[in-house]
Design a protein around this ligand. Structure first.
Ligand SMILES: [Zn+2]
Length: 68
């Protein structure tokens, strides 16, 4: 079941949230080469960014509130 939207899938994320998640990780990789941003700070920036896509926003918000 998708942990974000609850879609009945066998994986942690449904297809849309999975691809949004992968994009977040990829972008963080690039950012990290240029900045000293931690994963958590990066997620904060993604959430604050009005141009962040809907699916990526949902994933980022969930990752940010998740402990551990
Ligand atoms: Zn989902």
């Amino acid at each position: 079941m998708c942990v974000v939207c609850g879609t009945n899938d066998e994986t942690e994320y449904c297809k849309r949230h999975q691809s949004a998640y992968e994009n977040l990780v990829k972008t963080y990789d690039i950012w990290q080469r240029a900045t000293e941003l931690s994963w958590d700070e990066y997620l904060g920036k993604v959430i604050e960014n009005e141009f962040t896509g809907f699916w990526a926003m949902e994933v980022a918000q969930r990752l940010k509130t998740k402990k551990g």
